[in-house]
Write a protein that binds this ligand. Structure first.
Ligand code: SF4
Ligand code: SF4
Length: 58
C-alpha cells in the first residue's frame, strides 16, 4: 500500500509522473487515487521532493 504523508508533501506534483497512474491531482491536492495499480517500482519515492511517499508492501 502506498500513501502520502501530508506533513511532508509540498504539492510539487512530481509523483504524478508515476507510470501506473497511481496519483491524481484533485482540487489542487495530490492524492493516491488508484493505489491498486502500484507495482512497487519506487520511482515516485525517488522523485518525491518532500520524501513524503510511504510504501508498505503487503
Ligand atoms: S512505486 Fe511506482 S507504481 Fe507505485 S506509485 Fe510509485 S511510481 Fe507508481
Ligand atoms: S512528489 Fe512528494 S512532495 Fe511532490 S506532490 Fe508527490 S508526494 Fe507531494
Amino acid at each position: 500500500m502506498i500513501w502520502i504523508d501530508y506533513e511532508r508533501c509540498n504539492n510539487c506534483g512530481k509523483c504524478l509522473s508515476c507510470p501506473q497512474g497511481v496519483f491524481e491531482e484533485i482540487d489542487g491536492e495530490i492524492v493516491v487515487a488508484n493505489p491498486t495499480r502500484c507495482n512497487y517500482c519506487f520511482y515516485c519515492v525517488q522523485v518525491c521532493e518532500g520524501k513524503a511517499i510511504v510504501v508498505e508492501e503487503i
